[in-house]
Ligand binder design. Sequence first.
Ligand code: ZN
Ligand code: ZN
Length: 250
Amino acid sequence: MKITILGSGTLVPDLARNSAGVLLESDGVRSLIDFGYGNVHQLLRLGITYHDIDRIYFTHHHPDHMCDLIYFLFSTRYPQDPRRRSLEIVAGPGFKAYFDKLMDAFNNWLVPKTYPLEILEQDEETRQYGDLQVTTKKVAHIEISRGFRFTDPNGKTMAISGDTDYSPGMVELGKNADLMILECSMPDDMKIIKHLTPTLCGQMARESGCQTLCLTHFYPPCDMADVLQTCQRQFSGKIILAQDLTVIDL
Ligand SMILES: [Zn+2]
Ligand SMILES: [Zn+2]
Protein backbone atom coordinates (compact mmCIF):
# COMPACT_ATOMS: atom_id res chain seq x y z
CA MET A 1 0.00 0.00 0.00
CA LYS A 2 1.02 3.58 -0.61
CA ILE A 3 0.26 6.29 1.94
CA THR A 4 0.30 10.03 1.24
CA ILE A 5 -0.20 12.60 3.96
CA LEU A 6 -2.58 15.18 2.50
CA GLY A 7 -2.64 17.37 5.58
CA SER A 8 -0.23 17.32 8.51
CA GLY A 9 -1.86 20.21 10.36
CA THR A 10 -4.81 20.98 12.57
CA LEU A 11 -7.60 23.55 12.86
CA VAL A 12 -5.01 26.36 12.62
CA PRO A 13 -5.00 27.87 9.11
CA ASP A 14 -1.52 27.25 7.71
CA LEU A 15 -0.35 27.36 4.08
CA ALA A 16 2.29 24.70 4.76
CA ARG A 17 0.12 22.33 6.79
CA ASN A 18 -3.40 21.58 5.63
CA SER A 19 -5.88 19.99 8.02
CA ALA A 20 -5.88 16.26 8.69
CA GLY A 21 -6.18 13.78 5.83
CA VAL A 22 -4.39 10.72 4.49
CA LEU A 23 -4.64 9.04 1.08
CA LEU A 24 -4.26 5.25 1.12
CA GLU A 25 -3.81 3.53 -2.25
CA SER A 26 -3.92 -0.24 -2.48
CA ASP A 27 -4.51 -2.37 -5.56
CA GLY A 28 -5.96 0.51 -7.55
CA VAL A 29 -8.46 1.45 -4.82
CA ARG A 30 -8.16 4.94 -3.37
CA SER A 31 -9.27 5.52 0.20
CA LEU A 32 -9.10 8.59 2.38
CA ILE A 33 -8.71 8.57 6.11
CA ASP A 34 -10.19 11.88 7.23
CA PHE A 35 -10.84 14.75 4.86
CA GLY A 36 -9.94 18.09 6.48
CA TYR A 37 -9.68 21.59 4.98
CA GLY A 38 -7.41 21.79 1.94
CA ASN A 39 -7.47 18.07 1.17
CA VAL A 40 -9.50 18.44 -2.06
CA HIS A 41 -6.78 20.72 -3.42
CA GLN A 42 -4.04 18.41 -2.18
CA LEU A 43 -5.69 15.56 -4.13
CA LEU A 44 -5.78 17.75 -7.25
CA ARG A 45 -2.02 18.33 -6.88
CA LEU A 46 -1.70 14.52 -7.15
CA GLY A 47 -3.99 14.43 -10.19
CA ILE A 48 -6.88 12.92 -8.20
CA THR A 49 -10.39 14.35 -8.60
CA TYR A 50 -13.80 13.78 -7.04
CA HIS A 51 -14.29 10.91 -9.51
CA ASP A 52 -11.39 8.90 -8.14
CA ILE A 53 -12.02 8.26 -4.43
CA ASP A 54 -13.67 4.92 -3.59
CA ARG A 55 -14.02 5.03 0.17
CA ILE A 56 -13.63 7.52 3.02
CA TYR A 57 -12.90 6.49 6.61
CA PHE A 58 -13.51 9.07 9.31
CA THR A 59 -11.74 8.85 12.67
CA HIS A 60 -14.25 11.43 14.00
CA HIS A 61 -16.18 14.43 12.74
CA HIS A 62 -14.35 17.46 14.11
CA PRO A 63 -14.24 20.04 11.27
CA ASP A 64 -10.46 19.80 10.75
CA HIS A 65 -11.00 16.10 9.91
CA MET A 66 -14.09 16.27 7.72
CA CYS A 67 -14.88 19.73 6.29
CA ASP A 68 -13.68 18.99 2.77
CA LEU A 69 -16.36 16.30 2.55
CA ILE A 70 -18.79 19.19 2.03
CA TYR A 71 -16.65 20.61 -0.78
CA PHE A 72 -16.21 17.12 -2.26
CA LEU A 73 -19.88 16.09 -2.22
CA PHE A 74 -21.05 19.35 -3.76
CA SER A 75 -18.41 19.12 -6.50
CA THR A 76 -19.60 15.62 -7.48
CA ARG A 77 -22.83 17.26 -8.67
CA TYR A 78 -21.12 19.40 -11.32
CA PRO A 79 -23.73 18.98 -14.08
CA GLN A 80 -21.15 18.89 -16.90
CA ASP A 81 -19.13 16.15 -15.25
CA PRO A 82 -21.05 14.37 -12.50
CA ARG A 83 -19.56 11.58 -10.46
CA ARG A 84 -20.78 8.05 -11.35
CA ARG A 85 -18.65 5.81 -9.15
CA SER A 86 -20.23 4.52 -5.93
CA LEU A 87 -18.87 5.90 -2.65
CA GLU A 88 -18.66 4.38 0.82
CA ILE A 89 -18.10 6.25 4.05
CA VAL A 90 -16.97 4.29 7.12
CA ALA A 91 -17.09 5.82 10.62
CA GLY A 92 -18.04 5.11 14.21
CA PRO A 93 -21.58 4.65 15.57
CA GLY A 94 -23.58 7.88 15.37
CA PHE A 95 -22.04 9.06 12.12
CA LYS A 96 -25.16 8.27 10.06
CA ALA A 97 -27.36 10.52 12.21
CA TYR A 98 -24.75 13.27 12.03
CA PHE A 99 -24.46 12.88 8.24
CA ASP A 100 -28.23 13.13 7.80
CA LYS A 101 -28.23 16.38 9.78
CA LEU A 102 -25.42 17.69 7.58
CA MET A 103 -27.42 16.86 4.44
CA ASP A 104 -30.41 18.60 5.99
CA ALA A 105 -28.40 21.70 6.92
CA PHE A 106 -27.46 22.11 3.25
CA ASN A 107 -31.04 21.65 2.01
CA ASN A 108 -30.00 18.35 0.40
CA TRP A 109 -27.65 20.19 -2.01
CA LEU A 110 -24.93 17.72 -1.08
CA VAL A 111 -27.01 14.57 -1.57
CA PRO A 112 -25.61 12.54 -4.49
CA LYS A 113 -27.92 12.29 -7.50
CA THR A 114 -25.79 10.36 -9.98
CA TYR A 115 -24.08 7.71 -7.82
CA PRO A 116 -24.82 5.52 -4.80
CA LEU A 117 -23.47 6.61 -1.42
CA GLU A 118 -23.47 4.26 1.54
CA ILE A 119 -22.67 5.14 5.18
CA LEU A 120 -21.27 2.20 7.13
CA GLU A 121 -20.98 2.48 10.90
CA GLN A 122 -18.23 0.33 12.37
CA ASP A 123 -17.71 0.05 16.11
CA GLU A 124 -14.92 -2.10 17.59
CA GLU A 125 -14.62 -4.86 15.01
CA THR A 126 -12.85 -6.12 11.90
CA ARG A 127 -14.38 -5.94 8.42
CA GLN A 128 -13.20 -6.47 4.88
CA TYR A 129 -13.51 -3.63 2.36
CA GLY A 130 -12.25 -4.75 -1.04
CA ASP A 131 -8.78 -6.15 -0.47
CA LEU A 132 -8.26 -4.31 2.83
CA GLN A 133 -8.94 -5.80 6.24
CA VAL A 134 -9.97 -2.98 8.54
CA THR A 135 -10.06 -3.11 12.34
CA THR A 136 -11.40 -0.27 14.48
CA LYS A 137 -11.12 0.51 18.17
CA LYS A 138 -12.18 3.35 20.42
CA VAL A 139 -9.54 5.99 21.08
CA ALA A 140 -9.44 8.70 23.73
CA HIS A 141 -10.83 11.83 22.07
CA ILE A 142 -14.61 12.16 21.57
CA GLU A 143 -17.37 9.55 21.79
CA ILE A 144 -17.44 8.71 18.07
CA SER A 145 -13.62 8.55 17.74
CA ARG A 146 -12.18 5.33 16.34
CA GLY A 147 -8.62 4.43 15.42
CA PHE A 148 -8.05 2.19 12.40
CA ARG A 149 -5.75 -0.65 11.40
CA PHE A 150 -5.49 -1.55 7.70
CA THR A 151 -3.98 -4.80 6.45
CA ASP A 152 -3.44 -5.43 2.73
CA PRO A 153 -3.26 -8.85 1.01
CA ASN A 154 0.56 -8.83 1.30
CA GLY A 155 0.23 -8.58 5.08
CA LYS A 156 1.43 -4.97 5.21
CA THR A 157 -0.20 -3.10 8.06
CA MET A 158 -0.83 0.57 8.81
CA ALA A 159 -2.52 1.88 11.97
CA ILE A 160 -3.77 5.45 12.36
CA SER A 161 -5.10 7.27 15.39
CA GLY A 162 -6.95 10.37 14.23
CA ASP A 163 -7.06 12.60 17.31
CA THR A 164 -6.44 10.86 20.61
CA ASP A 165 -4.83 11.02 24.03
CA TYR A 166 -2.89 8.04 25.35
CA SER A 167 -5.03 5.07 24.32
CA PRO A 168 -4.54 1.33 25.00
CA GLY A 169 -6.88 0.63 22.06
CA MET A 170 -4.55 2.52 19.74
CA VAL A 171 -1.52 0.63 21.06
CA GLU A 172 -3.44 -2.57 20.28
CA LEU A 173 -4.20 -1.39 16.72
CA GLY A 174 -0.51 -0.63 16.21
CA LYS A 175 0.70 -4.08 17.40
CA ASN A 176 3.72 -4.96 15.24
CA ALA A 177 2.39 -2.71 12.46
CA ASP A 178 4.69 -1.73 9.61
CA LEU A 179 3.57 1.84 10.14
CA MET A 180 1.73 3.66 12.90
CA ILE A 181 0.51 7.21 12.22
CA LEU A 182 -0.14 9.13 15.44
CA GLU A 183 -1.34 12.63 16.05
CA CYS A 184 1.27 14.74 17.86
CA SER A 185 -0.58 17.94 18.63
CA MET A 186 1.70 19.76 21.03
CA PRO A 187 5.20 19.61 22.56
CA ASP A 188 5.39 17.91 25.98
CA ASP A 189 5.33 21.15 27.99
CA MET A 190 2.20 22.43 26.20
CA LYS A 191 0.11 19.25 26.31
CA ILE A 192 -3.62 19.69 25.68
CA ILE A 193 -6.21 17.27 26.97
CA LYS A 194 -7.38 14.53 24.58
CA HIS A 195 -4.28 14.95 22.40
CA LEU A 196 -0.77 13.48 22.32
CA THR A 197 2.77 14.78 22.77
CA PRO A 198 6.10 13.50 21.35
CA THR A 199 6.82 11.55 24.56
CA LEU A 200 3.40 9.88 24.61
CA CYS A 201 3.63 9.07 20.89
CA GLY A 202 7.03 7.47 21.43
CA GLN A 203 5.74 5.51 24.41
CA MET A 204 2.74 4.20 22.44
CA ALA A 205 4.96 3.26 19.48
CA ARG A 206 7.33 1.38 21.80
CA GLU A 207 4.47 -0.46 23.51
CA SER A 208 2.95 -1.42 20.15
CA GLY A 209 6.20 -2.71 18.67
CA CYS A 210 5.52 -0.96 15.36
CA GLN A 211 8.34 -0.66 12.80
CA THR A 212 7.93 2.94 11.76
CA LEU A 213 6.18 5.80 13.51
CA CYS A 214 4.84 8.76 11.56
CA LEU A 215 3.87 11.84 13.56
CA THR A 216 1.30 14.27 12.16
CA HIS A 217 -1.42 16.76 13.26
CA PHE A 218 1.12 19.35 14.42
CA TYR A 219 -0.07 22.60 16.00
CA PRO A 220 2.37 25.47 15.22
CA PRO A 221 4.41 25.13 18.49
CA CYS A 222 5.54 21.69 17.30
CA ASP A 223 7.45 23.35 14.47
CA MET A 224 9.55 25.20 17.04
CA ALA A 225 10.16 22.32 19.45
CA ASP A 226 12.47 19.33 19.24
CA VAL A 227 9.74 16.83 18.53
CA LEU A 228 12.00 14.21 16.95
CA GLN A 229 14.62 14.08 19.71
CA THR A 230 11.96 13.95 22.43
CA CYS A 231 10.16 11.10 20.69
CA GLN A 232 13.43 9.21 20.07
CA ARG A 233 14.00 8.99 23.84
CA GLN A 234 10.98 6.67 23.95
CA PHE A 235 11.10 4.84 20.63
CA SER A 236 14.14 3.44 18.84
CA GLY A 237 12.43 2.58 15.53
CA LYS A 238 12.23 4.84 12.50
CA ILE A 239 10.34 8.12 13.06
CA ILE A 240 8.93 10.25 10.25
CA LEU A 241 7.73 13.80 10.94
CA ALA A 242 4.96 14.28 8.39
CA GLN A 243 4.95 17.17 5.98
CA ASP A 244 2.10 17.75 3.57
CA LEU A 245 2.45 15.30 0.67
CA THR A 246 4.92 13.04 2.50
CA VAL A 247 4.70 9.61 0.80
CA ILE A 248 5.30 6.30 2.59
CA ASP A 249 5.43 3.07 0.56
CA LEU A 250 4.85 -0.19 2.42
ZN1 ZN B 1 -7.85 17.39 14.90
ZN1 ZN C 1 -10.61 16.22 17.09
